[in-house]
Design a protein around this ligand. Structure first.
Ligand code: MEV
Length: 302
């Protein structure tokens, strides 16, 4: 039996724009998905979504991992148990984390010899198959950990501030939101393309400020990024309520993280103000999660 885990992530900059080749800054967080695998006489996948065999509807990511890993090893039966601190469909990278942790767990169980880059690449291929259009961001960051500029794959300095996540509890479909942005872009390329380009520019400008712990400047830019996400239609009343609750409670910054529509916001706060920001988020009726940046990507659990 093997257990592997992989972290979720928040975007400081660049969700959606990164799908079109613009830069993003994404940060692995200390909330993990654990995947336990053991040889078995049939295929069983167990998670909060239910217990199934190979099932592309209920367990699309894990089922595709099994299919891909069959190219390395003759997998006839396997029992996979998934246990996650990441809410599903919340913009915290739950699908990337489960994909990456499952690949590594099967890689270890069958000694397939996959390296971290292979895992990130296979994870990205699977996200593309499920979502239609997916950037390599979530799977790369979940594999490698840290704060990363994508597509450059450059590791930045770890964040020396607190991360507070606000969860609307409203399921958000990345596939649907990515497709909505694609339609808007097709309709108004002259308007939407510069917005996406400007989001990418913000990630580049922010890089040096992340590396110098200048969170005031990073935060100002994140708040501008939030406005641009709203303008491309991935915001919503619940998300805005959380963004303003966090900012009014003194957060350095607050913006949507991930696909939007529902899901989560991310706020950067000083270490002393994190509880006040979390409390303000809770007072809106949403869940607040205090977390921090982690440098540990996918790992074998003892
Ligand atoms: C989803 O976590 C982030 C998006 O940019 C999609 C992607 O990068 O694949 C919306």
């Amino acid at each position: 039996m093997i257990t592997c885990s992989a972290p979720g992530k928040v975007y400081l900059f660049g969700e959606h724009a990164v799908v079109y080749g613009q830069s993003a800054i994404c940060c692995a967080i200390d909330l993990r998905t654990r995947v336990q695998v053991a040889k078995h006489d049939s295929i069983i996948i167990e998670s909060v979504l239910g217990t199934t065999g190979l099932d592309l509807e209920v367990h699309p990511y894990v089922s595709r991992v099994i299919e891909k890993m069959k190219g390395y090893e003759d997998i006839e039966g396997i029992r996979i148990q998934i246990d996650s601190e990441l809410p599903v469909g919340s913009g915290l990278g739950s699908s990337a984390a489960v994909t990456v942790a499952t690949i590594q767990a099967l890689n270890q169980l069958y000694s397939c010899g996959l390296q971290l880059d292979d895992i990130a690449n296979m994870g990205h291929a699977i996200e593309r198959e499920v979502q239609g259009n997916a950037s390599p961001t979530d799977t790369y960051v979940s594999t490698m950990g840290g704060v990363v500029l994508i597509p450059e794959r450059r590791k930045l300095k770890d964040l020396d501030c607190q991360i507070v996540v606000g969860n609307t509890g409203k399921f958000s479909s990345t596939k649907e939101l990515v497709s909505n942005v694609a339609k808007l872009r097709q309709e108004f390329p002259a308007i939407i393309d510069p917005i996406l380009t400007n989001i990418g520019k913000m990630a580049h400008i922010a890089e040096e400020h992340v590396n110098s712990n200048d969170y005031e400047t990073v935060g100002k830019l994140m708040n501008v990024n939030q406005g641009l996400l709203d303008s491309i239609g991935v915001g919503g009343a619940e998300l805005s309520a959380l963004v303003y609750a966090a900012r009014n409670a003194g957060a350095i910054s607050a913006k949507i993280t991930g696909a939007g529509g529902g899901g989560c916001i991310v706020a950067l706060t000083s270490k002393t103000n994190a509880n006040a920001v979390a409390q303000a988020i809770k007072e809106t009726g949403a869940e607040a999660i205090l977390t921090r940046n982690t440098n540990e990507g996918v790992r074998l659990e003892p």
